[in-house]
Design a protein around this ligand. Structure first.
Ligand SMILES: [Zn+2]
Length: 177
């Protein structure tokens, strides 16, 4: 299982490397949000013409399901790109997780699933100023997005997401490469 604060389970002693950052096309919006939950800096764009240039200039791994973009990618130097060959967003996550060995990156903080901002823990007292008292008193694990200011907490939605992600991580390790 995940520990309380890290977004991705720690199960490797390999040294931490440069943490991958992702740029996805509009067909991969859902898996982009999963990657944010797992702590990876991940954005997506509706602007197809800018995909490749932006990935290269920002040093992001380009994720695309668009065959014509993929055909273009093959001719671009200094571009890391990947086309997850499935329409299922959970399977996409598993393929990306395995390809980039995402278990190697430790102590990542969860990112806001809406905007990609980093989530910072806040105290229940700080949360009480913002969320209804019946919520602040009944759950813990409050975090605030450093970008959009959204408050999230480890309630039932959060736990459900974490359980699903644990299952995907287990499958990523089990499936033959
Ligand atoms: Zn946010």
């Amino acid at each position: 299982m995940f520990d309380s604060d890290s977004a991705v389970r720690i199960d490797s002693n390999r040294p931490v490397q440069h943490t991958p950052r992702f740029l996805a096309d509009r067909m991969l919006g859902r898996v982009t949000r999963y990657l944010r939950f797992a702590g990876f800096d991940s954005v997506f764009t509706m602007n197809r013409p800018e995909l490749i240039d932006r990935a290269v200039s920002e040093g992001r791994i380009l994720l695309t399901r668009d065959r014509s973009v993929a055909a273009h990618c093959r001719r671009v130097e200094n571009l890391e790109w990947f086309c997850p060959e499935t329409n299922d967003s959970a399977e996409q996550f598993i393929l990306i997780y395995r390809r980039y060995e995402l278990w190697r990156y430790r102590e990542l903080k969860h990112r806001c699933m809406k905007c990609n901002g980093q989530l910072q823990g806040i105290s229940p007292e700080q949360a009480t100023e913002i969320v209804p008292a019946y919520i602040a008193g009944s759950v813990d694990g409050f975090m605030r997005c450093g970008n959009c200011g959204r408050i999230v907490w480890k309630g039932s939605h959060w736990r459900a997401m974490q359980i699903r992600m644990n299952q995907w991580v287990d499958r990523a390790h089990q499936t033959p490469r």
